[in-house]
Structure formats: C-alpha cells, structure tokens
Write a protein that binds this ligand. Structure first.
Ligand code: PEP
Ligand code: MG
Length: 878
C-alpha cells in the first residue's frame, strides 16, 4: 500500500494544515462547519516533498490516487471532467502551510475542451462566456503549465482585435473568441513542437505537477527567504469544482477581511467585482468596489457572507481573510485564513479579542510577530507640511516613504540594496516584483485595490503602499509617470503616504512614529510574561532617552570609543598616543576626562537611576590616527616643499608612531583591554570620569546610578584581574576624595572563545558577564564581521550552504554552545553572576529564544529593537 496522498475535502479539517496546506485545511474546515464551499480534493504537501526529493518524479501511486479521487469527485458532482454533457470544470490551486499570497501558480477552468465547451455554453445560456473561458484557459494553462510566454497569446489577441476592427476584448463576439481559441491552441501546439495535449485528464496531472514546481519558482524562493519560511515544506494542491463569478450581473467575486487589516478596526473591509473571476480582484487588473456596495447589488448573498465572516472569525478566534464567489446569486467560500495584518492592526486585534473574551493575554502575546513591530517605528509625514498631493490613491499599506521614482523591480532592487531610497511605481505589481518591493521605501500602483498583491505584500513587509491611483499614466519605456500636467521622471524624489493614499512630487520631511495605546497594553502583557530583562545599547543621552521611551530597563552596553572621535577630542587623543612619557600622556588624558564626564552625565541623567553598563575603550589605537599611506605621503610632500623644521619634525614623529601601531589584523590586535594593559592610564581616566559623572548626577538630580563598568575583549584571567584593580582603585579614590559612597560592579565581556572556555577562571574577578556575540561569532567562525556581508557569506546564504546570517541570528550549535558553557562555568564559581548579551543578536527574536534556554538574565539591543525584544522574550517564555 502506498501512502495516502489525497484527501477528499470531506476528510480534512483545520488540524491537518501541515499535510493539506492552509487553503485545503481551511476549506475542509468550512465544509465541516456547513459553510457553502465547492467540493473537491487535496493532494498533500507530502506528495510535493517526495516529488522534490525525487528530482520531480512522482511517488508511486500518486497518479492512480489522483485518478481515483477524481472518479469519486465526478460521482459526487454528477459531472465528468471534459464530458460532452454536464462537464466538470475544476480549479487547481497551490496551498502552502504558511500562506504565501500570490507566490505560486493557479489554473482555472480545467476541464473545458472542444468536447465540453458546447455544454458549458448551453448550461450558462451564454455562448460567448463559454468561449471566453476556453480561450482564457488555454492561455493560463499554456503559460503556467507549459511555460509559454504570455506574448504569444497577447500578440494573437491583438491581431484578432485588429482583424475584427475592435478596440476592447469585450467587443469580440462568441464567434471571434471561438476563432481565437483555435488560434491559441494552434500556436501552443506549434510552440511545444506538437506536444500540446487536449485531454483534460492529462492536463490535470500536468497542472498538479506545475503547482508542485511553482514551489521552487524564483518569487516563491525570495518570499520564503524574506519570511524565513523553510524551503522543504512543499505545497499542497487543491482541486476544486469551479464556481463562476463571471456569469453575469448576479455573479461576483471578492475578498474580505473580518477586520480592517491596516488598522485592526472591527469594520467591514473587502472588495468585490461583479461578473469577474477571482484572479481579477487580487491581480489588480480591474479596480474593485468596496464590499459595502454588495448589499445593494446582491443583498441575500451579502447577508450570508456577513454571517459567514462572523462564524469563521469566532471559530478561529482570529481575524480571517476570505475569498468568495457568488454564482447566480449563490454564495461560495473559496478560502479562509488568518489574515495578514500590519503591526498596528495586529496589536489592536489582539487587544480587542482579549476584551471580547475570545482569547487570553498569553494568546494575544503569542500572536504578535515581534519582527513586525518594526513597522510601528516607521515614520509618518510631518503634519506641518504645506504640500498638496499630486494624486490620491487607495491607502493600501500604512506609513510614509520618500525616495527616487523607479519604474521596474530590478532597478528598485539594485538601487535599494545599494542604500538609495526608492519608490517603486508600477501599473500593477505582480509577484515577480517582490524583490523590488523588498528593497523599496514604498510602492505606488495605478491599478489594483486594497487586497491586490501589491497591497498584501507591502503590508506583510511593512512597506507603505498607495494602490489604485487610477489617474496616473505610467510610461515604462520613457520611465515617467504623468499626473495631470506633472511629469515625474526616474530619479525624481517623491513621497507617498500609505495611510492616506496621498502622493507628493517632492521630498517631504518624515517624523518618527509614536507608540499607541494598543501597543502599550499588549506590550504590558508581554512584560508580565517574560523573565529576560531587556536593555539597550546606547552611547549618548538622546539614544538613552529613546531607549527608555521604548521600554529599555537599562543600558546594557555604552560603547565609549565613539566619544573620542570628533574634532575637539582627536587632538587630545593624538597627544595621548604620541606621548613619550607618562607625564605627557597623563596631561593629554586630563584634557579628555571632562569631555568623557559630560557624556556620561547625559546618559546617567536620561536613565534616571536604571542600570548603566559602561564599557571601557575598545577599538585599536590606530583608528584614532591618520592612515599610514596618507601620513607617509604628507611627510614626503612637506619634505619636497621645504616645510619648516618644527612641522616636519612633528609630522615625522606622527608617521613613526602610525607605523609602530600599524597592524595587519587590527581586529585581532591591540584593542579592548589590551589597550588598557599597555596604557593603564586610559582605564584609570575612564573610571574616574564615570565616577565623577555619577556623583554629579546624584548631586544634581538626586538620582543614584546603578553603575556597571565593563572590560572588553578579555581572554586571560590576568587581564581582568589587572583591569579590575585599576578600575576599583580609581573609583574608590574618586569616591574617597568626594567623601561619597556608591555601589558599583565591575564585569567583563565574553567575546572570545577562550574567555567562554575559561569562564570559570575569569568569573573569579567578575560581577557580571556580557556576551559580545559580534566578536564571539567573528572569532569562533573565523569570519570577519566587517567583510561578511559582501564576501563569501552572502553566497553561502543565497546558495543554501547556511540558512541564516550568523551575525544576525546566533549560530546555536557553535557560538551558542560557547555562550551556554560560559554561563555554566561562570555561575559554577559565582552563582550570583549576572549574565547578558549585548551583540546584535540581542535584538533578534530567534536568538532571544535561544538565550532564554541558556538562562541569561537579560538581552541588550539597539533602542529601536527594544519593543521587538520585549515581545520576543515573552514569546520565548510561553
Ligand atoms: C560584540 O562584540 O558583540 C560587542 C557588543 O562589542 P562590539 O560590537 O562593540 O565589538
Ligand atoms: Mg566586541
């Protein structure tokens, strides 16, 4: 017995999603609940996976199982695929486990053939309709299944219209369409070297095969990568009886959401087209009408739809995104799934569902995608602007975007990836544009509604989108868009407001976003759930203030090296580096100390008594010096031009020092605590500046600072021992001089493999550990963190050698193991040891889930990732 690869719709239910895919399980569940759906069967994801693993060969038994399922289906329907009388027509649709809107292929009207077309005409009483379906089917099948170019069909259609002297497709008569169908078949067969099949059963097998294949198409791959969807899940294939939304004015097709997916409001949201087929709505070819108008057009079906929306939302206890078709006044539901939504909507829906008693707080938090919250931090247009929009389209995905106009996805992808802000302008977007959408600041389309692919995809990625700006005229060849008298050319700056639909032909100022009540409510629940603390990496007062506003519970990393740059400080730094004896060095440091003190005061003031971890100087000294080649050239030029002896002398001294400090691998050189070992005056000065700042803030604001001083890049016990002694001596000396007391802690970063391996020795001298996973990844993997993006690692990622960028998501098996060992060894000698992480991974949800498992006390990330980390930490606990 071979495995069961097919389930009739009546055999499935929602729990079978991994096997039947989202669409198959969703429709089966609706059928189970008595909601009207077309009948059919689902080919499992397992069949797709086995086919992929077997180089496209179907598993044994699949073909027979499809034939049997079709026979049962025909029996139930009282119709036969391709029959001369009562023919059965089916749709063949993909259905992945994780929804990937529009990324894979669909074939409609399969079963229409020379034999069955007459019966279809007779049943519908509309011959033109029958031939229109047929010619559309040939084109769709030719393109999707046989891979033929759309041009071959479009050229034939244009030729036909010219020959008949008509402008629009709708002007072609039944007879014309019949001729066109024959022509389409002739061309298809010619293009395929005689391999075109007219047999509907064979077409069905090939269509299933094509849907399997579409799992691997480039746009699906890009979508999966962007959404971290595993490549090996495969898609199910749903074969369902066709229902027709294009049977005249009492037929319609549409898409609806049970709540507004942009704002989360519980309000009617959806669109429909009368006399149209499903793909017309989502593909954005015609601009659809708002769902509320359906009440006037088809009141009974409308009432039934509204009732079904309520039933399904209550059943899934979540906002549903549904597709429906009305055939001659009768409603059929074609799909239901949890609707994609903006972060703002996700928060509102979660908060409202808790209020409505449908879900509890844990479930509300579980449903938030932490990464998506990034959108809330998207800017809006400064409301004080005086510009007038050149056009207003549909507000399809909220937020504002500013960028140069571009007219094709490749250019958008290229420029966007190079860091140039662009707005992608398209007549309509197709899933093939996804790589451009990903890299653009926003999307503007002339056609399509709120549920078009452009809108769905943009919302998913948190990109602003204005859709259906029907009055704009795009000339893709000239790369211009004309709006009334205004012509916008490629490269011109424009601003779009996806929350209002407005488009401006100038660069407007954007203002930072604000977190609303829904956010505060739901994040409050997340905070109640999580164990992990969330702190921020911030190096100055404004960043620290931002971090606090976003909920940081402290500063987990204040990098002090940034404070040494700047024109006022560099000369003193040069003086310090060039000093030939301790006195000269101390005099230079004495100049730097008050500047450092100012920096720390600003941070301590902003943090209002929360913990602040200040890390002592880290980068290589040469970063403060001129580059070796430039300095050598400068000296040479001064020698040639006969500069005065004093200038020459000082520049030569500088050159000699630059040469001395030059390192082939500065990242593995004299940085971190190694600097403090060579020049103990530096940690001494920094410890004094920190203490004085803390005392000044205590005096001025009455606020105690929970001070933590952190020693970077330690790999030997002796390093930490020495550095700790220097720091403790300096802090205690300052406190004694001031006659004050202050609790403080001294700890270290664990960012070299040896430090993790010998964490028990190091912990003897540490009050806390902070894992520097940036350097720990660099040194464990032996991959330069500065070159990673552009080097081989990018290739490793795109070709699947590695699944994730290890500098973004922790390499659990390697680096993660070192973190785990570091925590265990550290706590074995110091059970009170406080442990955290301050590398970039501190803001990455998947990494946070891992840090929860090794029992870290906190994560620290950049201020804007703090809200994401708060949710990720809560989800890690649930
Ligand atoms: C680290 O290495 O992870 C770290 C936080 O320090 P930096 O990025 O400053 O080297
Ligand atoms: Mg580091």
């Amino acid at each position: 017995m071979s495995e069961k690869y097919i389930y009739d719709l009546s055999e499935g239910d929602a729990s079978m999603k991994p096997l039947l895919g989202g669409k198959g399980a969703g429709v089966a569940e609706m059928m189970r609940l008595g909601v009207p759906v077309p009948d059919g069967f689902t080919v499992t994801t397992q069949a797709c996976i086995e086919t992929m693993n077997n180089n496209g060969e179907w598993p044994d038994g699949l073909r027979d199982q499809i034939a049997d399922a079709l026979a049962r289906f025909e029996q139930r329907a009282g119709r036969v695929l391709g029959a001369t009388e009562k023919p059965l027509l089916v749709s063949v649709r993909s259905g992945a486990v994780v929804s990937m809107p529009g990324m894979m292929d669909t074939i409609l009207n399969l079963g229409i053939s020379d034999e069955s077309v007459g019966a279809i005409a007779a049943e519908s009483g509309n011959e033109r309709f029958a031939w229109d379906c047929y010619r559309r089917f040939i084109q769709m099948y030719g393109e999707v299944v046989e891979g033929l170019s759309s041009h071959v069909y479009e050229d034939a259609l244009t030729a036909m219209k010219q020959a008949k002297g008509v402008e629009a497709d709708t002007d072609l008569t039944a007879e014309d369409l019949k001729e066109l169908t024959a022509e389409f078949k002739r061309i298809s067969n010619e293009e395929l070297g005689g391999n075109w099949t007219n047999d509907p059963r064979e077409q069905l097998f090939r269509a299933v095969e094509a849907v399997f294949r579409s799992w691997q198409n480039p746009r699906a791959q890009v979508y999966r990568k962007a959404n971290h969807i595993p490549d090996d899940l495969g898609t199910a294939v749903n074969v369902m009886q066709m229902v027709f939304g294009n049977r005249g004015d009492t037929s319609a097709t549409g898409v609806c959401f049970t709540r507004n997916p942009s704002t989360g409001e519980k309000a009617l949201y959806g669109e429909f087209l009368t006399n149209a087929q499903g793909e017309d709505v989502v593909a954005g070819i015609r601009t659809p009408r708002p769902l509320s108008e359906l009440k006037d057009v088809l009141p009974e079906a409308y009432d039934q739809l509204i009732a079904t929306m309520g039933t399904m939302e209550n059943h899934y206890r979540d906002m549903q995104d549904m597709e429906f078709t009305i055939e001659n006044g009768k409603l059929y539901m074609l799909q239901t799934r949890n609707g994609k939504r903006t972060a703002a909507a996700a928060l509102k829906v979660a908060a409202d569902l808790v209020d409505e008693g449908l879900i509890d707080k844990e479930e509300a938090v579980r449903r938030i995608e932490p990464e998506q919250l990034d959108q809330l931090l998207h800017p809006a247009i400064d409301p004080n602007h005086t510009a007038s929009p050149v056009v207003t389209g549909l507000p399809a995905s909220p937020g504002a975007g500013v960028g140069a106009a571009v007219f094709d996805a490749d250019t958008a992808a290229e420029k966007g990836a190079a860091g140039e802000p662009v707005i992608l302008i398209r007549f309509e977007t197709t899933p093939d544009d996804i790589h451009g959408v990903l890299q653009a600041q926003g999307v503007l389309t002339a056609h399509g509604g709120m549920t078009s692919h452009a809108a769905v995809v943009a919302r998913g990625f948190g990109k602003p989108c204005v859709a259906g700006a029907t009055t704009i005229k795009i000339d893709p060849d000239a790369k211009t868009v004309t709006v009334g008298d205004t012509v916008i050319s490629e490269g011109d700056m424009i601003t779009i407001n996806g929350s209002t639909g407005e488009v401006f032909n100038e660069e407007l100022t954007l203002i930072p976003p604000r977190l609303n009540e829904d956010f505060l409510k739901v994040v409050g629940w997340a905070d109640e759930i999580r164990d992990l603390g969330v702190e921020a990496n911030a190096d100055n007062g404004p960043d620290a203030a931002k971090a606090r506003e976003l909920g940081a519970e402290g500063i987990g990393l204040c990098r002090t090296e940034h404070m040494f740059f700047g024109e006022h400080r560099l000369p003193a730094m040069h003086e310090m580096i060039l000093a030939t004896n301790d006195e000269e060095r101390q005099s230079a440091l004495d100049k730097i100390l008050p500047m450092q003190q100012d920096d720390f005061e600003a941070i301590f003031t902003a943090m209002k008594g929360l913990p602040v971890t200040v890390r002592l100087l880290d980068p290589p000294l040469h970063e403060f010096m001129p580059d070796l080649v430039s300095q050598a050239l400068k000296v040479q030029e001064l020698e040639l031009t006969g500069a005065d002896e004093a200038t020459l002398e000082s520049e030569r001294t500088l050159l000699a020092q630059v040469r001395k400090l030059h390192e082939q691998n500065p990242m593995l050189g004299t940085r971190g605590c190694r600097l403090g070992m060579l020049y103990p005056q530096i940690p001494d000065m920094q410890a004094r500046a920190i203490t004085r700042a803390a005392l000044a803030v205590l005096d001025r604001e009455g606020e105690t600072v929970q001070l933590q001083i952190m020693i970077p890049l330690v790999h030997l016990e002796q390093e930490l021992k020495t550095q700790r002694e220097i720091v403790v001596k300096a802090v205690d000396d300052e406190l004694a001089k001031a006659g004050k007391q202050l609790d403080y802690k001294v700890g270290t970063m664990i960012e070299l493999p040896r430090a993790a391996l010998c964490a028990d020795q190091i912990a003897e001298h540490a009050d806390f550990f902070s894992f520097g996973t940036n350097d720990l990844t660099q040194t464990t993997l032996g991959i330069s963190r500065d070159d990673a993006e552009n080097g081989f690692l990018g290739w490793y990622e795109s070709s699947g050698v590695v699944q994730r960028d290890p500098f973004a998501t922790i390499d659990v098996d390697g680096v993660g193991q070192l973190v785990k060992m570091g925590v265990e060894k550290g706590r074995s000698v110091n059970p009170q040891l406080n442990t955290g992480i301050c590398g970039e991974h501190g803001g990455d949800p998947d990494s946070i889930a891992f840090f929860q498992t090794v029992g870290l006390d906190y994560v620290s990330c950049s201020p804007y990732r703090v809200p994401i980390a708060r949710f990720a930490a809560a989800k890690a606990k649930l």
